[in-house]
Ligand binder design. Structure first.
Ligand code: B1M
Length: 210
């Protein structure tokens, strides 16, 4: 098997040690860092995303795959910075104010990173001001808001309002997700998109920014 296919397989299998070893080997063999990223790590994570979407993989497998990916990325990051590869875009992400659930959000963050975006993860219980300021400071193209409670999803509207109040609504897209959300609700509050799961969130962001 070609080395980069093997690297992709190591992500799907969730082996951090193999991913690290193969990333190291590929770089030592003179493979371009961007190819190691796209044809190895990201290719593997794309398969993981598909399997997750099709219910062939569950949360633990995705977390283990993400850990394997991080092991490879750790070696790759400095090389990518050297060769000046720009991220696909910057994505500010957080769980809405009052809400402490972060497992789904973390999956979204990992999948977005895996797809080549720079993720600015603000954590949980994030105020509208914090979302807006982070988007401004980081010149983010997209803001992602997660909510797991029916009592907190209504706060997403405040984030969108804050973005508008700061005159940034034209320059930043807003996507929302989380178990209690629906496309209808996303439309109602004026979000640019809704994704039901982490893999769809990546597809959604790719489709609205490019
Ligand atoms: Co809470 N909780 N919880 N909880 N909890 C739920 C959500 C609940 C449905 C359980 C229930 O009653 N059946 C219920 C909500 C009811 C409602 O509002 N309709 C509930 C409640 C009531 C509460 C408390 C109020 C309980 C209490 O204290 N009385 C409390 C609230 C605390 C707070 O937030 N202020 C609370 C606390 C907690 C824990 C801290 C114990 C823990 C959270 C730990 C953590 O996250 N670090 C917890 C957990 C684990 C759950 C359940 C069991 C699991 C949630 C989860 O992680 N799912 C949950 C019941 C359930 O869903 N079975 C429940 C796995 C995760 C991968 O899925 O987060 O849906 P999910 O993410 C998915 C998609 O939704 C989507 O992609 C992800 C991956 O595919 N997605 C996005 C998520 N965000 C996205 C953003 C996007 C796009 C897609 O774009 C930006």
């Amino acid at each position: 098997m070609e080395m980069l296919d093997e690297l992709a397989e190591s992500i799907i299998a969730g082996s951090a040690s193999k991913s690290e070893e193969l990333t190291q080997k590929a770089l030592a063999a003179g493979t371009k860092p961007v190819d190691v990223l796209n044809k190895g790590l990201i290719a593997g994570m794309e398969v993981v995303g598909q399997k997750f979407k099709n219910n062939e993989f569950y949360v633990p497998e995705v977390l283990i795959a993400a850990r394997a990916m991080k092991a490879g990325l750790k070696l790759l990051r400095p090389k990518l910075a050297e060769t000046g590869v720009e991220p696909l875009g910057r994505f500010v992400l957080g769980t809405v104010k009052g809400d402490l659930h972060d497992i789904g959000k973390n999956l979204v963050a990992m999948m977005m990173e895996g797809a080549g975006y720079e993720v600015i993860d603000l954590g949980v219980d994030v105020s509208p001001e914090k979302f807006a300021n982070a988007a401004k400071e980081n010149k983010a193209q997209v803001i992602g808001i997660s909510a797991l409670l029916t009592t907190t999803m209504i706060k997403m509207k405040d984030v969108i309002q804050q973005i508008s109040d700061m005159g940034m609504r034209e320059s930043v897209k807003i996507v929302v997700g989380g178990a209690p959300l629906t496309q209808e609700y996303a439309d109602e509050i004026g979000a640019d998109g809704y994704a039901a799961d982490a893999a769809s969130a990546v597809e959604l962001v790719k489709s609205i920014v490019n």
